[in-house]
Write a protein that binds this ligand. Structure first.
Ligand SMILES: *[C@@H]1O[C@H](CO)[C@@H](O)[C@H](O)[C@H]1NC(C)=O
Ligand SMILES: *[C@@H]1O[C@H](CO)[C@@H](O)[C@H](O)[C@H]1NC(C)=O
Ligand SMILES: *[C@@H]1O[C@H](CO)[C@@H](O)[C@H](O)[C@H]1NC(C)=O
Ligand SMILES: *[C@@H]1O[C@H](CO)[C@@H](O)[C@H](O)[C@H]1NC(C)=O
Ligand SMILES: *[C@@H]1O[C@H](CO)[C@@H](O)[C@H](O)[C@H]1NC(C)=O
Length: 486
């Protein structure tokens, strides 16, 4: 047990289904059909055995009082200072008195109908309220009938939770889900008949009354990249007390902005009885005036406030749809790769499908720091296409590969598309990170089958390329071969 739990356990709330040893309450309500007893309270063990005369009387309504004895009803038994009913019935309602020498005690008994449709009778429940996280214990015990009880079951909302020959019990820290009716049913045999005694607790769980300091979830300052003309939803969520409030604040110098809408707050109760609230601020048709200003969300309670801010920033436009990396030192035997990267790819992707590619050799003027340049070009591209062949690995391309892969796999900024131009049998030279690529992002080029625009190769490649708003022109026939000369 740690120190924080200690004070809680001092607030122990234990509900024990037990019966007082003598009947001190003057007014008693009991359910028909159950064993029941009345016991005189100043009865000493000596009185129990003593031969002093003890008398029990009953009177009801206008009837005169009658003395009770086992002959007056087969359901009644007298044991010293105790009057037992096996069981008590509706017509046992009335006033009872006990007399022994000049001692006397009186009770008023009200026998009520059993609810035949439930495992307990609503009028006969004991209601208790427990705070969340406080200790909750329910124990089924009946000291008077203890020796007769054959078995005891514990029900929650009339569904059996525990069955036990001794005393079923529940011990836990209260949660909201613990709320319900708990019935202890003791079964006992008497004179060959089976009886039961039911004691029901109506347990209500209330939230932790101690307030928490409300907090907004997530970082205090959020930069949200947006595109002008688009919509954005800023989600502010908080953990708070029931009475705390969440609201949005932003500059409205030029009157309220009709494009800004506060959505309805959504609240969900946690199992500890606190609340999770989220409130969305929707900004439609984002304009320049929405950029670089603070949209603040605040949670306020008597205990204090917490604020977080959102700033809309313009999304960096990417210049290229893909950066193409291939072997540049074209010795004659690599001529095909060069043709593929510098001619076939742009002809299909750019001319036919309207993408914009970055091909270093074609798009970058010679001179300058090659390594930095490549890095920034990859950053400006949405995809990195690597044309892989046996002779791919020169130092320069290797750098492209490594930095592109670093972004792709570590920063998750750019997706890599691997084109296996000539079958690669030995992948051991590939950087470790490349081997992690999903196989569906590796496309195999088959010179004889892949030429046509509607071949599987281009379909798969288009699927991996960024989505395009503009569809390709219909004028260029799909059956046109990519290469006019073979
Ligand atoms: C308890 O006894 C009553 C009759 O006195 C019966 O109607 C009821 O079904 C019994 N309850 C259980 C759980 O057996
Ligand atoms: C159980 O307790 C709740 C809360 O105190 C109360 O609203 C409800 O009426 C009680 N049920 C019965 C049957 O007494
Ligand atoms: C419960 O009652 C049954 C049937 O009368 C009997 O066989 C069994 O031994 C009793 N169990 C206990 C624990 O008294
Ligand atoms: C807001 O964020 C919270 C927590 O991250 C989440 O539970 C909630 O569903 C979100 N609301 C909307 C409308 O997206
Ligand atoms: C938003 O919060 C920041 C930091 O708490 C504060 O400086 C700024 O004045 C607030 N702006 C508005 C519009 O409430």
């Amino acid at each position: 047990m740690n120190c924080r739990e200690l004070p809680l356990t001092l607030w122990v709330l234990i509900f024990v289904s037990t019966t007082e040893s003598c009947t001190s309450r003057p007014h008693i309500t009991v359910v028909e059909g159950e064993p029941f007893y009345l016991k005189y309270c100043s009865c000493s063990p000596a009185h129990e055995i003593e031969t002093t005369t003890k008398n029990w009387y009953k009177s009801s309504g206008s009837q005169e009082r009658v003395e009770l004895n086992p002959r007056s009803s087969s359901r009644i038994a007298l044991h010293g200072c105790v009057l037992e009913f096996w069981p008590v019935e509706l017509n046992d309602t009335g006033s009872y008195s006990f007399q022994m020498a000049n001692y006397t005690q009186k009770w008023k008994l009200n026998v009520i109908r059993r609810n035949k449709h439930s495992c307990f009778t609503e009028r006969q429940v004991t209601s208790k309220t427990v705070e969340v996280k406080k200790f909750l214990q329910i124990t089924c015990e009946n000291s008077y009938y203890q020796t007769l009880v054959n078995s005891t079951s514990l029900y929650k909302n009339c569904k059996k939770l525990l069955e036990n020959n001794k005393n079923p019990m529940i011990k836990k820290n209260a949660e909201l889900e613990d709320q319900g009716y708990y019935s202890c049913v003791h079964f006992l045999h008497h004179n060959g008949k089976l009886f039961n005694i039911t004691k029901t607790f109506n347990i209500t769980i209330v939230e932790d009354r101690s307030n928490i300091v409300p907090v907004l979830l997530g970082p205090k300052l959020n930069h949200v990249a947006v595109e002008l003309g688009k919509d954005v939803r800023l989600n502010c969520s908080a953990l708070l007390n029931e009475e705390d409030v969440v609201y949005w604040m932003f500059g409205e110098e030029n009157g309220s902005d009709p494009n800004i809408h506060e959505e309805k707050e959504i609240r969900i109760m946690t199992s500890e009885g606190k609340w999770h609230a989220s409130k969305v601020l929707r900004i439609e048709n984002i304009g320049e005036n929405n950029l670089n200003v603070l949209y603040n969300c605040t949670v306020a309670s008597t205990g204090g406030t917490d604020t977080k801010s959102f700033i809309l920033v313009r999304k960096d436009g990417k210049t290229y749809d893909a950066f193409v990396s291939y072997l540049k030192e074209c010795r004659p035997e690599n001529g095909e790769e060069h043709t593929f990267a510098v001619e076939i790819l742009p002809r299909v992707l750019e001319k036919h499908f309207g993408y914009k590619l970055c091909i270093f050799e074609r798009d970058v003027v010679p001179g300058g720091a090659v390594v930095d340049e490549i890095h920034s070009l990859i950053e400006k591209s949405r995809r990195l296409i690597i044309v892989l062949s046996k002779s791919y690995m020169s130092n320069e391309v290797r750098y492209e590969l490594e930095s592109g892969l670093h972004e792709a796999l570590v920063e998750r900024k750019i997706k890599v598309i691997l084109i296996e131009f000539t079958p690669v049998t030995d992948f051991t030279f590939l950087p470790q990170s490349l081997k992690l690529l999903k196989s569906h992002r590796v496309l195999k080029w088959k010179a004889d089958k892949s030429l046509s625009y509607n071949s599987r190769f281009w379909k798969n490649l288009l699927y991996l390329m960024p989505a395009k708003a503009v569809k390709p022109g219909r004028d260029e026939s799909e059956v046109l071969p990519v290469l006019s000369e073979s």
